[in-house]
Design a protein. Structure first.
Length: 113
């Protein structure tokens, strides 16, 4: 309450970091349960994909978008300095997650193409 009215405000504290192990924490904080599908594109999404798909009951779906098209978007992979996709790419094969290759699988990346 502020001046007699219900008021929402943010404190200067960090609730979670939306990367790596912080992603499942953030998802749980916002939706309150384990999702049935997760989509990622870097090693920063590994824990989210694991939490959504491994050890959960019922059908689950994990997908990784592999950024391989430097001409139409960005290309980053195992040795990249940003958006690195290395450990999660290996985990995709083991955990039977779908991997979409932008260059091979997408005819169009952006609507204006």
């Amino acid at each position: 309450m502020k001046d007699g009215a219900p008021t929402l405000f943010r404190l200067p504290d960090i609730n979670f970091i939306d990367d790596k192990a912080g992603k499942p924490i953030g998802i749980n904080e916002h939706i309150g349960r384990r999702p049935i599908a997760a989509f990622g594109n870097s090693d920063g999404d590994l824990e989210m994909l694991q939490w959504a798909t491994l050890g959960a009951s019922g059908p689950r779906f994990g997908l990784i978008v592999h950024h391989t098209d430097a001409e139409r978007e960005y290309a980053y992979d195992r040795q990249s300095h940003f958006g690195k996709l290395d450990v999660a790419l290996d985990a995709a094969a083991v955990n039977r997650w779908t991997v979409v290759d932008m260059k091979k699988d997408w005819k169009r990346v952006f609507a204006f193409e």
